[in-house]
Ligand binder design. Structure first.
Ligand code: ADP
Ligand code: MG
Length: 429
């Protein structure tokens, strides 16, 4: 294993839950990074990708397993591993040069060398002439270039990138990706290997030599996909499209367990995707209409709606949970009920949505039942929050409650008041 820059074995990560139990976030992670490769970690939001990068960066200790960097266990931040963050993380009161130099401070180099190396990194990444500018004077793309320069200036063996393009507009992101790949392919970057975290399938296929697909809850590597296309890659190349399609299929095959028709709703611990009722009805209308007429290829409909995987999956998951669509083999297909929903008028739509919600989303039925049983038909948020926190993490509880509330409001099943933080029945009678 002497060629591996990084070797991760049986990595496990749990976080404590409110009830004293454990939330399993990463499980059984095996990963090797060898010299000369860009390896993509592709998964949905919440699949533990950032957690994994933080562990590799030595910013936290994993609960189990080992992380080995050049034969040594990673127990603290290693000088040969640098990270580019999604949110730039620049210091607003420092100039570009000062921000980049900051990356070198820990190395204890002479001042002239610090300056030289910082200027070289700035030059390399296309920021020449901006040395004395402040972050607020720069566009998002330029700011992220500073983020790259600060990571590269240490000449790390491994560059970790956590969704580095996702805060940028489409064109800026593509320019920066292209510039990065060109420097990488030309051997101009002072790095040996890259781990790129992304939720964007096309970005992974564009940039990576290998892609590791993550499942959610807990995050596990479910599949490894080699990308053997030559750089620079063309998004329109049929081989490129085939790979994108293949990954879509793999990722949708692992969506939230589809509800079994007729199953008794007893469990409330399903994390609900964050999507508004408006987006749900808008999407299903689009799917029902021409040119899809009720059935579409997920990557195709995603592209036409200018949605990325992360925007689309919550929608398809939610519609699937509500039994308004079926997803199989990368295709999304409207159900009979879904058709009825689209064809119905406003009032009937509400009724259909209400029926689906109460039949297939146990949490909605549960909240309604609790409210019905209470004399004044009111219950504090904490009543449900505490209950859910036994099953999922704090952020997931927030998201799940927000989603069920939005859907229930649309269906007029129950209401929630933000000021008093209480749920109440819309129509107690
Ligand atoms: P990703 O980057 O794939 O979106 P994250 O690694 O950020 O996923 O988070 C994975 C899961 O771990 C989420 O459910 C998140 O709420 C939980 N999580 C992350 N960090 C912590 C923490 N410090 N304490 C508790 N839960 C956490
Ligand atoms: Mg993340």
């Amino acid at each position: 294993m002497s060629t591996a820059l990084l070797d991760i074995h049986a990595l496990r990560q749990t976080f404590p839950k409110a009830d004293g139990g454990e939330l399993l976030v990463l499980d059984g992670i095996e990963l090797q990074l060898v010299q000369g490769q860009i390896v993509g970690l592709l998964g949905r939001t919440g699949s533990g990708k950032s957690t994994l990068l933080r562990a590799i960066a030595g910013l936290m200790r994993p609960s189990g397993g080992t992380i080995t960097y050049l034969g040594q266990p990673v127990l603290a931040p290693a000088p040969g591993i640098a990270m580019v963050f999604q949110g730039f993380a620049l210091f607003p009161w420092l100039t570009v040069l000062e921000n980049v130099q900051l990356g070198l401070e820990a190395l204890g180099l002479p001042e002239t060398e610090i300056r030289q190396r910082a200027l070289a990194a700035i030059d390399l990444i296309g920021l020449d002439g901006y040395e004395s500018a402040y972050p607020r004077e720069l566009s998002g793309g330029m700011r992220q270039r500073v983020g790259f320069a600060r990571a590269l200036v240490v000449h790390p063996n491994i560059l970790l990138m956590d969704e580095p393009f996702s805060a940028l507009d489409v064109l800026t992101a593509e320019t920066l990706r292209t510039d990065f790949l060109e420097l990488w392919s030309d051997g101009k970057l002072p790095i040996k290997g890259v781990l790129l975290v992304t939720h964007n399938i096309e970005e992974a296929v564009l940039m990576c030599d290998r892609i590791l697909l993550f499942s959610s809850n807990p995050g596990r590597i479910i599949r490894e996909i080699a990308v053997e296309l030559k750089q620079p890659r063309n998004r329109l190349d049929p081989h490129f499209r085939d790979l994108v399609e293949k990954i879509y299929v793999a990722m949708t095959a692992r969506t939230a367990t589809p509800p079994r028709v007729g199953a008794v709703a007893t469990s409330i611990d399903t994390i609900l995707p964050r999507v508004s009722a408006n987006l749900l009805s808008g999407f299903i209308e689009t799917l029902a209409a021409e040119p899809y007429s009720g059935k579409a290829d997920l990557p195709v409909i995603a592209e036409l709606l200018h949605m990325e995987a992360d925007d689309l999956f919550p929608v398809s998951d939610a519609l699937q949970m509500l039994n308004l669509v079926e997803v199989e083999g990368g295709d999304i297909k409207i159900t009979e009920t879904g058709k009825q929903f689209v064809e119905a008028g406003t009032d009937d739509r509400k009724k259909i949505f209400q029926r689906q919600l109460l039949s297939y989303v146990p949490l909605a039925a549960h909240i309604r039942r609790v409210l019905q049983e209470r004399a004044n038909h009111v219950a504090p948020k904490s009543r449900f929050f505490d209950e859910l926190e036994d099953h999922m993490g704090h952020d997931d509880v927030e998201q799940t409650l927000r989603s069920v509330t939005a859907w229930a409001r649309y269906a007029e099943v129950f209401a929630y008041d933000d000021d008093s933080q209480t749920f109440s029945l819309e129509n107690p009678t």
